[in-house]
Design a protein around this ligand. Structure first.
Ligand SMILES: Cc1cc2nc3c(=O)[nH]c(=O)nc-3n(C[C@H](O)[C@H](O)[C@H](O)COP(=O)(O)OP(=O)(O)OC[C@H]3O[C@@H](n4cnc5c(N)ncnc54)[C@H](O)[C@@H]3O)c2cc1C
Ligand SMILES: *[C@@H]1O[C@H](CO)[C@@H](O)[C@H](O)[C@H]1NC(C)=O
Ligand SMILES: *[C@@H]1O[C@H](CO)[C@@H](O)[C@H](O)[C@H]1NC(C)=O
Ligand SMILES: *[C@@H]1O[C@H](CO)[C@@H](O)[C@H](O)[C@H]1NC(C)=O
Length: 534
């Protein structure tokens, strides 16, 4: 049996593409059907705002039970399995902390008078876009991957190609309902319990459990008119990109994909009505037989230029989830033959979910992912983009790269200090923000492809150091190699520390650092004793 097991594990590791296609596909289909059934059951059986109150009471009681007379050192976390989350960072705390079920998947209310949607934390982006778009709405920042959840995006962070207009995901959350470690249920907003509200983004569930929130909605049109501009010169490309991001009346969406140190495609798009659509330029990129979107964009290097953009119209929901099917470009590593026309024609409808991929990875794959694979998003001022790309090129050598602009706000005013976990921008404009960019590196560094030595810790730390010095930040869903002191330097703890002390004086939740950084492994191992954590 042991021999068969080893053979199976070897196969899963060596022939990942075949394994994923042949074995994961039926599983994936069953999985999707199960989840659809589950959503349907949840909608049919539990979907009612009254029941929301009851669910909150139950969760609150669980928290109270867990923290009343608890042994010293007790920590809390959600019961959602670490593999279900899109995030890649290790979740050692899941095996040590007391878990609280926050099984809340419901869209509670769309209020058109007040322009908000009231949702529970496990609602994901696919579910939300399916619900809102037919009703003529979207949320301002709708991150691309279907499986990303409201809870993870608000308590963690989220970004989209509309963030140069709207900021990060938390910018348009207008009210939140949270269960504190005491079991108390608190509603907070800019006008009610504001100190707690201001501390929630980037708190990674270390202040309390989110049980619902209200997010602003804006009108949504059925098509996206997109202009692609292929650039073969870094300077020219970045100038174009920066100009588009920082215009007084900017396009609705701006993003850029770098395909090498000099080549990139700048993409600018606007929402348009049906009657503005040029029918012969419609491209339904979400159809199963269509090429992976990043491959399609790469072609723009040949057929478009800064002066002569290539224009097409994409149905809005397909546009929102344009990076879902190839997981940006990660799927190429897993199913190298997946973009072949024949594969697409026959099997293109099959997209393994990140959760399933995580669940079925062998120890060898996990190790390879950790040591020879980079998934990082780094946030730096837009003025530093060129320099930061050089740093990425030196230490990661990965292409394509995702370049997405966003507004970093200075939240301080006459009466209140800057409370956000991200540091105050150095040069805010008169509207109170500085334009920043998110540089996303997902893939295998060139040295690894060429079977040359690559030291993931050294490279990652070099990039982290650069980002701190550039007044930037690291997204915390990925692996962070920062030490505790470095982490406190990169992130603004001034307000967070006060709130942590106020709402969680007995430390039933860990610190953000302990939750997300590799350097905190010892902290959890000490609690776990002999239990193996990684
Ligand atoms: C392949 C991949 C693609 C990605 N694509 C994008 C993208 O397109 N755009 C983007 O913005 N980001 C993207 N991300 C990163 C993403 O922003 C983070 O993973 C984000 O935190 C959301 O993930 P999640 O919904 O799985 O939340 P989780 O990882 O489950 O949660 C994130 C944090 O929030 C906390 N949390 C979640 N729910 C609650 C709750 N109810 N109460 C209290 N705390 C809670 C968790 O404890 C955790 O610390 C991507 C990541 C990967 C790996
Ligand atoms: C939650 O905790 C219970 C009791 O300790 C345990 O049986 C269960 O497996 C845990 N669930 C998860 C998702 O870790
Ligand atoms: C919308 O919200 C307002 C204010 O909370 C409330 O008075 C109104 O009843 C809501 N409308 C609907 C349709 O739910
Ligand atoms: C970072 O910000 C500080 C103060 O906010 C400023 O003095 C410093 O020059 C900035 N660093 C860079 C590289 O812009």
């Amino acid at each position: 049996m042991g021999f068969l097991y080893d053979m199976a594990v070897n196969f899963m590791t060596e022939q990942r593409g075949i394994f994923v296609t042949v074995f994961l596909m039926p599983v994936s289909v069953v999985w999707d059907i199960m989840f659809a059934l589950r959503s349907w059951l949840i909608m049919a059986l539990y979907s009612a705002p009254e029941l929301h109150k009851q669910r909150v009471q139950e969760a609150s009681a669980q928290v109270r039970d867990a923290t009343t007379n608890a042994p010293p050192g007790t920590k809390l976390c959600t019961a959602r399995g670490g593999w279900l989350s899109i995030s890649l960072s290790l979740r050692p705390y899941k095996k040590v902390a007391t878990n609280i079920s926050i099984n809340m998947y419901d869209i509670l209310e769309l209020n058109e008078t007040e322009s908000y949607v009231h949702v529970e934390p496990m609602v994901n982006m696919g579910q939300l876009s399916h619900y809102l778009i037919p009703r003529g709405y979207t949320i301002p920042v709708l991150p691309e991957m279907d499986d990303l959840t409201v809870g993870g995006l608000f308590m963690g962070t989220g970004i989209e190609a509309s963030s140069h207009k709207f900021g990060l995901f938390d910018e348009f959350v207008i009210e939140a309902e949270v269960i504190l470690a005491s079991g108390e249920v608190v509603t907070c907003s800019k006008t009610q319990n504001r100190d707690l509200f201001d501390a929630l983004p980037w708190s990674y569930g270390t202040l309390g459990f989110l049980v619902s929130c209200k997010i602003k909605v804006i009108p949504c049109k059925p098509y996206i008119r997109i202009e692609y501009r292929g650039c073969h010169n870094k300077k020219q490309g970045l100038e174009l990109f920066t100009k588009a991001s920082c215009m007084d009346i900017p396009p609705d969406f701006v993003e850029c994909i770098a395909y090498s140190s000099e080549t990139m495609v700048v993409m600018t798009s606007d929402m348009v009505d049906e009657d503005a659509v040029e029918k012969d330029k419609i491209n339904k990129i979400g159809r199963w037989y269509k090429p992976w979107y990043f491959k399609h964009v790469e072609k723009m290097l040949e057929i478009s230029s800064p002066e002569k953009p290539h224009v097409e119209y994409i149905p809005v929901r397909q546009f929102f989830h344009r990076w879902t099917s190839a997981i940006f470009w990660e799927l190429e590593q897993i199913i190298p033959f997946g973009n072949h026309p024949l594969y697409r024609a026959l099997l293109g409808w099959f997209t393994p979910s990140v959760a399933l991929l995580k669940l079925t990875q062998t120890e060898a794959i996990r190790k390879t992912y950790e040591e020879q694979h980079i998934v990082q998003d780094m946030l730096v001022p837009i003025s530093k983009t060129s320099e930061a790309l050089d740093v990425f090129d030196t230490h990661y050598q990965i292409y394509p790269l995702w370049i997405c602009p966003y507004r970093q706000y200075d939240y301080s005013d006459a009466t209140t200090e800057h409370r956000h976990f991200l540091r105050k921008p150095n040069k805010p404009n008169k509207e109170g923000y500085e334009m920043y960019v998110d540089l996303g590196a997902y893939g295998v560094p060139r040295p690894c492809l060429e079977k040359k030595p690559f030291d993931v810790i050294k490279s990652s730390r070099a990039v982290e150091k650069y980002v701190t010095e550039a007044n930037g930040s690291q997204m915390l869903y990925a692996t962070s190699y920062l030490s505790r002191d470095e982490f406190r330097e990169m992130f603004n703890h001034a307000h967070y520390d006060k709130m942590k002390q106020k709402v969680d004086p007995n430390d039933f939740f860990p610190q953000v650092y302990e939750k997300v950084c590799k350097g905190a492994m010892n902290f959890w191992q000490a609690k776990a004793g002999d239990k193996k954590l990684d």
